[in-house]
Design a binder for this molecule. Structure first.
Ligand SMILES: NC(=O)c1ccc[n+]([C@@H]2O[C@H](COP(=O)([O-])OP(=O)(O)OC[C@H]3O[C@@H](n4cnc5c(N)ncnc54)[C@H](O)[C@@H]3O)[C@@H](O)[C@H]2O)c1
Length: 265
């Protein structure tokens, strides 16, 4: 359990869902984790077994090291402060997981309002951009490389109906991942993206509870189940660790085989 021993990692949007799972698993692997979000309390109604505990409290209870820093990723000054606080508390930065994100769906393109478009671009594009940019500045200052893991989505790799504003924001995050891998690989800054399909978090709770959706969704997944937070956290550990040291600029699907084919057997 020491695959990230001694590393300092920031996880954005870490009070709930994937971010919380990644933060907890990084701490369990020996990282010092900066848990960051717009509110410290976990979203209620998700799948957390211990939703009364903040992520930092859960990490400390398990014997890990973590600190909370409030940060709205849509504000560059707050992201810059997040990096500064991390360096102040833990002395440097090795890994950032740009996980904070929001979802908008259920409308055709001509029905979406500008507020849906702006919300997706603010959090999913600008938030990821600021996280990457500010972390890269710190990595360059330190001169010892660094590691960026962007939580994208299968929505960033293909078109999906009735969620165009989300899809195009995740498409931007996917291409940002590729651009940065090209620009900063020679500085030993690795950049990769994780592309999950629907997994069980507060973001998807309503879909999970919709029996018709659940059946239609699991029918087309060759592994016949929803993604779990642990599935994504395990991949995030691998990408932040030296085990993946030659994986760079990749966008890794984690979808039970969903995007292989639209037909099931
Ligand atoms: N759950 C899925 O099925 C799924 C699938 C593919 C991709 N994703 C992506 O995974 C990431 C995490 O999603 P999740 O399912 O864990 O969602 P979630 O809603 O359970 O958790 C998201 C967290 O991000 C925080 N957040 C929202 N806006 C923020 C902001 N402006 N600044 C800082 N924090 C903010 C929220 O407070 C929350 O704690 C998102 O980028 C999402 O698009 C999720």
């Amino acid at each position: 359990m020491d695959r990230l021993k001694g590393r300092v990692a920031i996880v954005t949007g870490a009070s709930s869902g994937f971010g919380r799972g990644i933060a907890m698993s990084y701490a369990a692997e020996g990282a010092k984790v900066v848990v960051s979000d717009i509110h410290e309390e976990p979203n209620q109604g998700g799948f957390e077994g211990d939703a009364k505990l903040t992520t930092v409290a859960a990490i400390r209870e398990a014997g890990g090291e973590a600190t909370y820093v409030s940060c709205n990723v849509t504000k560059q000054s707050e992201v810059a402060n997040l990096i500064q606080e991390t360096v102040r508390v833990y002395g440097g930065l090795d890994v950032i997981v740009n996980n904070a994100g929001i979802y908008r769906a259920g409308k055709l393109a001509h029905e979406f309002g500008i507020e849906d478009l702006d919300a997706c671009f603010d959090v999913n594009v600008r938030g990821t951009w600021f996280g990457c940019q500010e972390a890269i500045k710190q990595f360059l200052k330190q001169g010892r490389g660094g590691n960026i893991v962007n939580i994208v989505s299968t929505a960033g790799l293909q078109g999906h109906p009735k969620q165009s504003v989300y899809n195009i924001s995740k498409g931007a995050a996917a291409n940002l991942t590729r651009c940065l891998a090209i620009e900063y690989g020679h500085e030993k800054i690795r950049v990769n993206g994780i592309c999950p399909t629907y997994a069980k978090t507060s973001l998807t709770r309503a879909l999970f509870d919709d029996k018709d959706f659940d059946k239609a969704f699991t029918d087309v997944i060759p592994l016949k189940r929803w993604g779990e937070v642990e599935d994504i956290a395990n991949l995030a550990i691998f990408l932040a660790s030296d085990e993946s040291s030659y994986i760079h600029g990749d966008l890794i699907r984690i979808d039970g085989g969903e995007t292989l084919c639209r037909f099931s057997v």
